[in-house]
Design a protein around this ligand. Structure first.
Ligand SMILES: Cc1cc2nc3c(=O)[nH]c(=O)nc-3n(C[C@H](O)[C@H](O)[C@H](O)COP(=O)(O)OP(=O)(O)OC[C@H]3O[C@@H](n4cnc5c(N)ncnc54)[C@H](O)[C@@H]3O)c2cc1C
Length: 398
């Protein structure tokens, strides 16, 4: 049974990604700064995660770091949000407390916005022998590995090029593969560096599953032009130090492998005594609230929201997180002051996928655009995502 909320306890927002930052700002704005907000994150920076596929740019210069991570202090200063740096170990929903290891934080209302973690689906060796771009540290490690690989490529035997395997044929894998294949490694490392050979291992799911046929067609054509080879129809069975083995027995050697095959909720979230969806995500109701847990809301990648009318599951995207956040915040404020809550309705504005340096494909309404206009759109959307978390500005168009 849940304890009665302490009237003095604040609203606690867990996670300062796209969802959490926007929820925190919106609670302050909508409550006219009456509700005290404590924002918890393990990191002192807000990571612009939608840009972490830009491995060439990350590898190019350490000065570009600010492009991908903004100090949280700068983002919350104006709104009187209290920042608490710490790693959430567990949440006690009955006692209304969050365990940060070093302290326990009491809350009156809670917004869980902790994003997700990589899922290896029990594939042996995947954890040890692959890089991932789901976190900033992972993208930095991959960029460093690529820089080293390219720097030593001229010493490889004649005819041999560095080989990069990207595992996962969704948008993340596709963007990373295209970016690595088209980055100007000669400028980034040394003039005689050999361009990498990039293979995208899509797995058993169709390439870019869930995207429109037109978008997928253009994406295939652009990957082909970028020199990315697609391997479709088989899952990875095992990753060894220098090769992957597929279910079919086919093997691919690699110099660098990237795992972009899936995500799931963090382990302690999967263990919470609440309804769960795919990958242990917290199921939230029409008000983005956790059923049976008054005052507890969930937003972004950590939750599963099923549209009650269409039964469509809202995708794990920044676009969805930023659309959910103002509604969850409004409902948290309404609940705090004993007012009725409003249901969340999701309408996808469109999608855009980067397909190598300066190129992309986008679909909105019935229109598909590709090439450099789509990439320009992607850049504009990423700018909007970045500013949407600053002071609760209007959510972006795509
Ligand atoms: C390479 C890549 C490209 C993408 N491109 C797009 C795109 O073009 N468009 C789009 O809409 N989406 C895109 N996405 C998806 C998008 O990044 C996510 O959907 C979005 O980040 C979800 O926001 P969130 O706030 O729920 O989670 P996150 O942004 O991941 O934020 C979660 C926060 O919680 C913190 N945290 C996690 N665990 C703990 C803990 N235990 N204790 C304390 N703090 C913790 C993290 O530090 C982080 O700040 C992309 C993702 C990737 C990886």
């Amino acid at each position: 049974m849940t304890d009665a909320p302490s009237p003095d306890a604040p609203a606690v927002v867990l996670g300062a990604g796209y969802a959490g930052l926007r929820v925190a700002h919106e609670i302050r704005r909508r409550s006219h700064k009456e509700i005290p907000v404590v924002l918890v994150d393990r990191s002192p920076v807000h990571v612009l995660r939608t840009q972490l596929y830009e491995i060439g740019t990350i590898a190019d210069s350490e000065r570009t770091q600010r492009k991908f991570a903004v100090p949280l202090e700068e983002l919350v200063r104006r709104d009187g949000i209290t920042l608490r740096q710490g790693t959430v170990q567990s949440i006690d929903l009955d006692a209304r407390q969050v365990d940060l290891g070093t302290e326990r934080l009491a809350y009156r209302s809670l917004a869980v916005c902790l994003g997700n973690v990589v899922a290896f689906y029990g594939v042996p060796g995947a954890d040890q022998h692959t890089f991932q771009v789901y976190r900033y540290s992972g993208a930095m490690q991959l960029a460093e590995a690529m820089r080293e690989l390219e720097a030593r490529s001229p010493e490889m035997p004649p005819g041999r090029r560095p080989r990069v395997l990207v595992i996962g044929g969704g948008s993340t894998g596709t963007e990373v593969a295209a970016e690595i294949a088209t980055a100007d490694w000669r400028r980034i490392t040394r003039r005689d560096a050999r361009p990498p050979e990039v293979i995208l291992v899509c797995g058993a799911l169709p390439f870019l599953a869930g995207f429109s046929a037109g978008l997928v067609r253009h994406a295939r054509a652009m990957l082909y032009e970028a020199g990315v080879v697609l391997h479709e129809g088989a899952n990875v069975r095992e990753v060894q130090p220098e090769k992957v083995v597929l279910d079919t027995g086919t093997e691919f050697g690699f110099d660098v492998a990237v795992w972009a095959a899936g995500i799931q909720a963090p382990e302690f979230v999967r263990a919470l005594p609440v309804p769960h969806g795919k990958g242990g995500r917290i199921k939230v109701n029409a008000f983005l609230q956790v059923d049976g847990r008054p005052g507890v809301f969930g937003v972004g990648d950590v939750v599963e929201f099923e549209d009650p009318e269409t039964h469509m599951i809202v995708p794990s995207t920044a676009q969805a997180a930023l659309a959910e956040a103002p509604v969850a915040a409004a409902n948290l404020v309404a609940d705090w002051f004993g007012r009725p809550l409003k249901p969340f309705q999701y309408r996808e504005r469109g999608v855009v996928v980067a397909l190598g340096v300066g190129r992309g494909v986008a679909k909105f309404s019935r229109v598909t655009i590709w090439g450099s206009p789509a990439r320009l759109l992607k850049t504009l959307v990423e700018k909007e995502y970045a500013t949407a978390t600053e002071h609760g500005r209007k959510p972006p168009g795509l």
